[in-house]
Write a protein that binds this ligand. Structure first.
Ligand code: MSP
Length: 558
């Protein structure tokens, strides 16, 4: 143990900042807007790590797609490095029981399910920079050294814990957070009121963490800036912190829970799975190989069901150990199917693969971000997914590209240089489109920054509609027949320029689709960052890519 602690003391020093509250603006105005991140600054974003007791569903993918779009956006605006982590949460009673039920050795069981998550995320074009598994040695080492810091600082003591525990949620609940249900066979079952899942009574010796001592510091962190968003979740955390906190049990006897990381110097106890899991973020930071300090995390993207762990336990552990708590928690709602949260227990899960098979990863990502409003729950519908992907990606943008890149009107297959005089040459339709084209990128920037991807997409689609309307009004096929070549070229140049801006703006949302679009338009790779996400005059024509113009084949689905 000594060895581990000496070895890691250097990297810990890299992270330690005690003045976290000096760096932020005073209490927010209620809107809790995202602090902005500037060029060349690190951006460290995470998804929660996924439990391996069940296979991935689109609720999990949503968390990951949100984080991925934000990571991609921050890369485009020049943040560096962008560290984006995801992975799997593999310890705890829940996994121990699931592997037993599957008749598998837990480590073999975890290997099998973890790879399913990795594949699903890869399929959905999630561009993580680290995929962490809590069963890795680098993580165990980090958990041990962190435990030792807490223990050295006097935050851990041995005591007796008695109370209700919900294994499905891996959480302790007080009696008034439970409800007694009458089962159909007449028996009674106590459940967690929040999740409706069974609880059991535990009475045992374990280690406790002095959470009760940290309420003041946690409140200070909370009001230091937009650390929990959207505002309703901020208010919820505030209400929790207005009451006393009780100390938290952070270990279980090994005899009851063997699948986990043992307490350093006391192998008869296993570390509580949430302490273990939350520390994944720090393990990633320590192994980020960046010469810049990336601590604290810029944002943890989380579902609303795991807010308490991230807004109370996690910052408390960090503050106790002397580290800065995260800058921001972005909390999203749930995807429902048949008006119930998608979950293995309810049996209403929609697998990402079933969506990809029908609509491709592009269709799925587009739908989740177009329909998902982080502050609310969303209802999943395959019919809606298909309708939206068809009308926006195949028809709206697809038609735009087809029209200006098709050999009919563009026999020499070039993207024509565009200049302000082209807009003037096209009269009021040209000037109206120019206005939209000039306004859209800044609005999209702000919406992406504020996690309103659905609003950003709406703006982009308004631009697409504007460009399709412009094209229709200009009737370039008539201009060609009439030999009005200058006006024909001006209409084509303007339409292609709009398509280029659309493709650049859409990169965080649908990366491979945007790539196809920009490749078709012959946009060099080095000209795709946010500086290019706006109207730019050019002097030279560019050859179009040789590929076909169909970016998204229309889906047939009844
Ligand atoms: N292992 C914990 C997280 C530990 S992070 C240190 C966990 N895992 S989970 O697999 O149950 O959930 C992972 C993420 O998926 C959470 O953010 C959760 O909110 C999200 N979702 C799970 N079901 C969901 C929906 N039906 N809809 C949207 N997201 C949901 O919690």
């Amino acid at each position: 143990m000594r060895f581990l602690r000496t070895r890691f003391s250097f990297s810990y020093n890299l992270f330690i900042h005690s003045k976290f509250n000096e760096k932020r603006t005073k209490v927010n105005d209620g809107s809790l807007r995202q602090f902005s991140t500037t060029k060349n600054e690190p951006y460290f974003i995470t998804t929660p790590i996924f439990y391996v007791n069940a296979e991935p569903h689109i609720g999990h993918v949503y968390t990951a797609v949100l984080a991925d779009s934000s990571a991609r956006f921050h890369r485009l605006i020049g943040c560096s490095p962008v560290v984006f982590s995801t992975g799997t949460d593999e310890h705890g009673l829940k996994i121990q029981q699931a592997s037993l039920q599957a008749n598998k050795d837990p480590s073999q069981f975890c290997d099998q399910v973890s790879v399913l998550f990795k594949n699903a995320l890869d399929e959905c074009e999630i561009g993580y920079t680290d995929y962490i598994r809590t069963t890795e040695n680098r993580h165990k080492e980090n958990v041990h050294s962190f435990w030792n810091i807490l223990s050295d600082k006097g935050y851990i003591y041995k005591g007796k814990y008695e109370g209700w525990y919900c294994t499905a949620d891996e959480t302790f609940v007080t009696e008034d957070q439970t409800t007694l249900l009458k089962l159909p066979d007449g028996r009674e079952q106590r459940v967690s009121t929040e999740s409706n899942r069974p609880v059991e009574w535990f009475s045992e010796e374990n280690y406790l963490f002095k959470l009760s001592k940290l309420r003041g510091e946690l409140l200070k962190w909370l009001i230091s800036g937009p650390v929990v968003r959207p505002v309703r979740h901020y208010n919820l955390v505030k209400s929790w912190l207005e009451q006393d906190l009780v100390d938290l049990s952070v270990s279980r006897p090994r005899a009851r829970l063997s699948w986990g990381i043992p307490v350093p110097e006391d192998p008869s106890q296993t570390i509580y799975v949430w302490l273990d899991a939350l520390l994944n973020y720090m393990t990633v930071a320590k192994h980020s190989h960046s010469d810049k300090n990336i601590w604290p995390p810029s944002v943890h993207v989380i579902g609303k069901d795991i807010l308490k762990f991230h807004s109370i336990y996690w910052p408390a552990f960090l503050l106790a150990a002397g580290f800065d708590p995260p800058k921001c928690l972005l909390v999203h709602g749930h995807w429902l199917a048949d008006d119930q949260k998608m979950s293995k227990t309810t049996g209403n899960v929609v697998s990402p693969q079933s969506c990809i098979d029908i609509a491709t990863a592009t269709g799925l990502r587009y739908f989740l971000l177009h329909e998902g409003v982080p502050a609310s729950d969303g209802n999943f519908s395959m019919t809606k997914l298909v309708r939206i992907a068809n009308s926006n990606l195949a028809d709206g943008i697809g038609n735009l590209v087809n029209r200006c890149c098709g050999k009919n009107l563009n026999p020499s297959q070039i993207r024509l240089a565009v200049s302000p005089s082209d807009f003037e040459a096209c009269g009021s339709p040209g000037l109206e489109l120019l206005d939209l084209l000039q306004r859209t990128p800044d609005i999209v920037y702000e919406e992406y920054l504020q996690w309103n991807f659905y609003k950003g997409i709406d703006q982009i689609m308004a631009l697409v509609r504007g460009a399709n309307g412009f094209f229709q009004t200009m009737e370039p096929w008539k201009l060609k027949k009439e030999g009005k070549i200058d006006k024909l070229n001006a209409s084509l140049a303007i339409t292609m320029e709009t398509a280029r801006v659309v493709g650049t703006l859409l990169q965080p949302i649908v990366p491979s689709y945007s790539e196809r679009l920009l490749d078709k338009l012959g946009v060099p790779r080095e000209n795709r960052d946010w500086n290019f996400a706006r109207l730019r005059s050019s002097t030279a024509d560019t050859s179009l890519g040789a590929q076909g113009t169909v970016l998204f084949p229309k889906i047939k689905f009844d």
